[in-house]
Design a binder for this molecule. Structure first.
Ligand code: DX5
Ligand code: ZN
Length: 220
């Protein structure tokens, strides 16, 4: 079984000490940086944009996993590639021509991800799963860190895993929202490959050790 990955969400970092927090992630057992881009339209919150991402990628030494919570993401695919994103995830609910969008992401040399809101059924991916490198199952409603985990996520992970296997796809499963040391093991047991964790990491007294603990629990 391949190792389960931990992706700290920079949304919960201290933006006044961003370089310090990035270096902490660099030195930790974290695998990816998870970057949340919110436009105030697709979700009821605005996070940060290009200049901040540029500052992050200047210091970050691990995979940059960019999660776009924006309408019409096609407009910015090239820009996010230029800013150093390795994986670009768009929302299923924000894309009219998802197949075209995924091809455009890959053309720019990035891996293509699709995020699903909590109300969106896994089966909408039936005809596109083989084109998706990563599915991000939202385990909270997107827009804010620090929300409570939605329990129905376990059912969705199992349904997605079954779909991936049935179609012979190589898609990875990422879980985003409300991840803690209490649910990490159950999530990876259900089939999750990557766990995003924001508040649980950055609001803890020792984020470096919290990442280590999450990594151990996710792989136990
Ligand atoms: C929510 C974001 C998440 C968020 C997770 O819209 O996509 O990545 O930062 O934060 P926690 O781990 O605090 O739920
Ligand atoms: Zn996210």
């Amino acid at each position: 079984m391949s190792s389960k990955l931990i992706a700290p969400s920079i949304l919960a970092a201290d933006f006044a000490n961003l370089q310090r927090d990035i270096e902490m992630v660099n030195q930790s057992e974290a695998d990816w940086f998870h970057i949340d881009i919110m436009d105030g339209v697709f979700v009821p919150n605005i996070s940060f944009g290009m200049p901040v991402l540029q500052a992050i990628t200047k210091h970050a030494k691990k995979t940059i996993d960019t999660h776009l919570m924006i309408v019409d993401p096609d407009r910015y695919i090239k820009t996010f590639a230029e800013l150093g994103s390795d994986i670009l995830t768009v929302h299923y609910e924000a894309c009219t021509h998802l197949h075209r969008t995924l091809q455009a992401i890959k053309t720019e040399g990035m891996k293509a991800g699709v995020a699903l809101n909590p109300h969106t059924n896994i089966h909408v991916l039936e005809d596109i799963i083989n084109d998706i490198d990563l599915v991000c199952i939202m385990s909270v409603n997107p827009g804010f860190g620090g929300q409570s985990f939605i329990e129905n996520t376990y059912t969705k992970i199992k349904q997605l895993k079954a779909l991936i296997e049935r179609k012979g796809a190589t898609t990875q499963i990422e879980i985003d929202g409300g991840v803690t040391s209490k649910n990490a093991q159950a999530l990876t047991e259900a089939g999750a490959d990557i766990l995003v964790a924001g508040s649980f990491v950055f609001k803890s007294t020792n984020p470096h050790n919290t990442i280590k603990d999450l990594k151990t629990i996710a792989n136990s």
